[in-house]
Design a protein around this ligand. Structure first.
Ligand code: ATP
Ligand code: MG
Length: 390
C-alpha cells in the first residue's frame, strides 16, 4: 500500500463544512487539496487549492478530480456509490464504494445492521401505499418515517403517532421509498467517533453525549455521562460496525441509550461528523487530521481528550435579525469560534459552531447556552469596540 505523505494531494467529494475543516487540517499538514462541489465559493473551496464545480453525481468531473490527486475521500454520503466504484479502478478511494453502497440507503443500512446482529429499533420498509398497512403491523407506535435516501438534519422525516397517520405521513415526505421505525424512548443520545486505518487499526474518541433540537444536533458534551459498561458496549458496537464494513477513515455511529442503559444503533455516518467537532480543539488529534491519517495510510494519531468540552451548533436562525453579536463568544477565553463561510443564513442551516473547554463539563454546557442566548440578544451590529480591553 502506498502511503500519501505531506506534499501529496487529497481529493474531497463534497465542499461543505466537513470538507472545509478537513482541508484546513490538510493544509496545515502540508497537503494539497482539491474539492468537487456544485456550489461556487462553497465552504471547502474557500480554503482548498482547487475546486471543480460540478454535481456530486458527475462521474466525469469526479474522474478528473481523481487524476489530479493521490487519494480521494468524501465529506458526505450523498456521493453515489457508482461514482466511487468508477474511480476505484485507478485511484485509492477511502472509504470505498462498497461502504457507501451499504450506508447511503437507509433500508440497506438497517438490513446490514440486522444481518450482522447489531441492536436497533424495529423497522419496516415502505415502498408504496399497498405495503403501508404491512409496515404498520411490523413496527410499534408512535413511529418515525424516514426517506431511504438523501435525508440529513431530520429532512425527509415525519412523525407517525399511530397507524392511521402513516399514509398521510408518507405523502408528506413526497411518497418516496422510506423506512418506518419505532420511536425510541431514549434517555440519552450518544455518538461514537472512531477512525479505522488501512491495516484495520482502530482509534476511538471519548464518547459524545448529544442533544438534538428539532432533529438537528444542538450540543455535544464530552465526556458523556454514561456508566462505564454502557461506554464499553457503545464502543464495541461501533468498532464491530467499522470492521464488518471494512471502513477506512473516520466513522460516526449515532446511538440511543435506554432507561436500563442498553444501547441501540440509530445510524452510521462513514465520514467525519458534527458530533466529532469537539475533537477539533479538545483532543490531541482532531477528527479531520485523523481522517487524513487514515486515508493516507499514516499512523493514526492520539484521540485523547485534553479537556472536557461542549460543542454548540450555530444555526442560521441566529442571523434572523442581523449579524450575531460575536463579542458574546470572542470575549470568553475558553470558547473557540468556527464559522463555515456560507453565503446565506437560513433557518435550520448549520453556519458554524462554538467549542467551549472547561474542566467542569456541566459548566461548559451552561456557558454554551449563555453564549447562544447572548449571540441572539439584540442582534445587530457587532463591533470590536464592544470587546473588553485586553
Ligand atoms: N426512532 C427514533 N426514535 C426517537 N428519536 C428519533 C428516532 N429517529 C430519529 N430520532 C431523532 O431525530 C434525530 C435525527 O434523526 P436521524 O439521525 O435519523 O436523522 P438524519 O436526518 O439522518 O440526521 P443526521 O443529520 O444525523 O444525518 C435523532 O438524532 C433523534 O433525536
Ligand atoms: Mg442522525
Amino acid at each position: 500500500m502506498r502511503v500519501v505523505l505531506p506534499g501529496g494531494s487529497i481529493g474531497v467529494l463534497g465542499g461543505g463544512q466537513l470538507g472545509r475543516m478537513l482541508a484546513l487540517e490538510a493544509k496545515r499538514m502540508g497537503y494539497r487539496v482539491g474539492v468537487l462541489d456544485p456550489v461556487a465559493g462553497c465552504p471547502a473551496a474557500q480554503v482548498a487549492d482547487f475546486h471543480l464545480q460540478a454535481p456530486l453525481h458527475d462521474s466525469e468531473a469526479a474522474l478528473e478530480l481523481s487524476t489530479r490527486v493521490d487519494v480521494v475521500t468524501l465529506e458526505t454520503e450523498l456521493v453515489p456509490f457508482a461514482v466511487l466504484a468508477r474511480l476505484e479502478a485507478a485511484t485509492p478511494v477511502r472509504p470505498g464504494a462498497s461502504v457507501l453502497h451499504t450506508i447511503q440507503d437507509r433500508l440497506r443500512q438497517k438490513e446490514f445492521l440486522q444481518a450482522a446482529g447489531f441492536p436497533q429499533a424495529p423497522f419496516a420498509p415502505v415502498h408504496d401505499p399497498r405495503c403501508v398497512q404491512e409496515a404498520a403491523q411490523a413496527v410499534g407506535f408512535p413511529a418515525v418515517l424516514k426517506s431511504r435516501r438523501g435525508g440529513y438534519d431530520g429532512k425527509g422525516q415525519a412523525f407517525v403517532p399511530d397507524p392511521g397517520a402513516l399514509e398521510r405521513a408518507w405523502q408528506s415526505i413526497g411518497g418516496r421509498p422510506a423506512v418506518l421505525e419505532t420511536l425510541v424512548p431514549f434517555k440519552m443520545e450518544i455518538a461514537v467517533i472512531l477512525a479505522r486505518g488501512v491495516q484495520g487499526e482502530i482509534r476511538v474518541y471519548p464518547l459524545a453525549e448529544n442533544v438534538h433540537k428539532r432533529r438537528i444536533l444542538h450540543t455535544t458534551r464530552v465526556p458523556a455521562r454514561v456508566p462505564e459498561r454502557t461506554r464499553r458496549e457503545a464502543e464495541r458496537l461501533a468498532c464491530g460496525i467499522a470492521e464488518t464494513l471494512g471502513h477506512v477513515g473516520v466513522m460516526a455511529v449515532e446511538m440511543f441509550v435506554l432507561d436500563d442503559d442498553t444501547v441501540l444503533v440509530n445510524e452510521i455516518a462513514p465520514r467525519t461528523h458534527n458530533s466529532g467537532h469537539y475533537t477539533f480543539g479538545a483532543c490531541v488529534t482532531s477528527q479531520f487530521e485523523q481522517h487524513l491519517r487514515a486515508i493516507c495510510g499514516l499512523p493514526l494519531g492520539d484521540p485523547s481528550l485534553l479537556s472536557p468540552a461542549v460543542m454548540v451548533n450555530l444555526l442560521g436562525d441566529l442571523w434572523l435579525e442581523g449579524t450575531p453579536r460575536w463579542e458574546a463568544v470572542l470575549s470568553r477565553r475558553n470558547a473557540r469560534l468556527h464559522l463555515y463561510g456560507k453565503a446565506e443564513a437560513r433557518v435550520g442551516r448549520k453556519m458554524g459552531h462554538v467549542l467551549i473547554v472547561n474542566t467542569d463539563a456541566d459548566r461548559a454546557l451552561r456557558e454554551a447556552e449563555e453564549i447562544v442566548a447572548a449571540l441572539r440578544a439584540e442582534a445587530g451590529s457587532s463591533s470590536a469596540q464592544d470587546l473588553p480591553p485586553g
